[in-house]
Ligand binder design. Structure first.
Ligand SMILES: Cc1cc2nc3c(=O)[nH]c(=O)nc-3n(C[C@H](O)[C@H](O)[C@H](O)COP(=O)(O)OP(=O)(O)OC[C@H]3O[C@@H](n4cnc5c(N)ncnc54)[C@H](O)[C@@H]3O)c2cc1C
Length: 321
């Protein structure tokens, strides 16, 4: 059986949970088994909806102690759930939460783990073979997981959530919940924007903006496109923009449907975090900027002229459609 941990931060399911269940259903299909989703916390409303994305059962460890994320406690509970349900494959999202529990789970379950996969595995006897990109997207490595229990963590936006089932009744699952050894004093989350790893449209800007006071035109374009904003590393290092917007090798790796790079040269370390985007649009005044080699569409021009005109065109298009 394939067990999918469906994340529900703050009691809400986000796209990443539906992606994981869709992926889990497909893995279960190729292994000829069923897909079960596990939900942690007392107030995960709408968990039964996971059935729409392919979970034949949804089980919930409805303990209020799980309403706040704790990687040690979550790993203990998920490993107990995997044992109880005799899961052969466990699937998580490759989010900050998923990353912090995947290794712990692998140890607890004596399981082979491949983290950050973006494609379906292939079953070969008792092995599971799966590919993922390595060396900042420059190469693809194929891994074979040979242990009886296998864990995969799925990169965001690698799979489109697909409705392929019906909502199901949520079943309680009784597994021990250990006491937390860490007490969380406060949590600060960014409000009002789709987080970068989940964003489908990203508008990003670099040092070509010249001054943080100029960011209004980037914000305007992002608002017109309902996009999340990002930036290059020097921009975050200079505190022109917050660090959580920094994308690249040493920042966040993203794979949106559309990435618009404004006044960014396209250094290899930047490309490492964005070159899995489906469509890349580059706006740069230097026709020799390396980013153009990675672009699907390029505009050679002064960003202070091009970006406001693009925003205007997007607004007009949206108003007419
Ligand atoms: C170990 C290491 C890790 C790194 N990790 C990262 C990382 O994770 N992410 C990252 O981004 N960088 C990273 N870097 C830095 C990276 O090498 C580049 O220095 C950085 O990406 C450059 O940022 P930029 O493109 O904003 O600035 P610049 O290289 O200064 O480029 C600015 C661009 O703006 C264009 N421009 C200027 N004015 C205009 C205008 N008016 N209109 C249109 N275009 C204009 C210029 O032609 C130029 O191409 C890393 C470096 C190292 C050594």
């Amino acid at each position: 059986m394939v067990l999918v941990y469906a994340e529900s931060p703050g009691g809400q399911f986000k796209k990443s949970a539906f992606e994981a269940v869709t992926y889990g259903k497909k893995v279960a299909g190729l292994l000829g088994t069923s897909c079960v989703a596990v939900v942690l916390g007392a107030n995960a409303s709408g968990a039964g909806e996971l059935g729409r994305y392919g979970a034949s059962r949804v089980v919930q460890v409805a303990d209020a102690a799980l309403d706040h994320f704790d990687s040690q406690v979550y790993a203990a509970v998920l490993s107990a759930a995997a044992r109880e349900l005799q899961a052969g494959v466990l699937i998580l999202n490759h989010t900050s939460g998923g990353k912090s529990i995947a290794g712990r789970l692998a140890v607890r379950l004596q399981a082979g783990l491949v983290s950050g996969v973006n494609g379906l595995p292939v079953a070969s006897g008792t092995e599971l073979r799966v590919k993922k990109s390595v060396f900042s997207g420059k190469a693809v490595a194929e891994y074979a997981i040979v242990s009886p229990v296998k864990i995969l963590s799925l990169t965001g936006n690698a799979v489109r959530p697909e409705a392929m089932g019906q909502p199901v009744a949520v079943e309680p699952l009784a597994v021990p919940v250990p006491a937390a050894r860490v007490s969380v004093k406060s949590v600060k989350t960014i409000e009002g924007r789709v987080p970068l790893p989940e964003a489908e449209v990203v508008v990003s800007a670099g040092r070509g903006m010249k001054d943080p006071a100029n960011w209004g035109i980037v914000e305007d374009l992002a608002a017109a496109l309902e996009a999340t904003t990002a930036c290059s590393r020097p921009v975050a290092d200079s505190e022109w923009r917050p660090h959580h917007e920094h994308v690249g090798q040493t920042g966040i790796a993203i794979r949106p449907n559309l990435y618009i790079a404004i006044g960014i040269s396209g250094a290899i370390q930047h490309l490492a975090g964005v070159n899995n985007s489906k469509v890349i649009v580059v706006i740069n005044k230097d026709p020799e900027a390396p980013f153009f080699k990675a672009a699907d569409y390029g505009v050679v021009g002064d960003l202070f002229d091009v970006v406001p005109r693009l925003t205007e065109a997007v607004r007009k298009f949206k108003a007419a459609h």
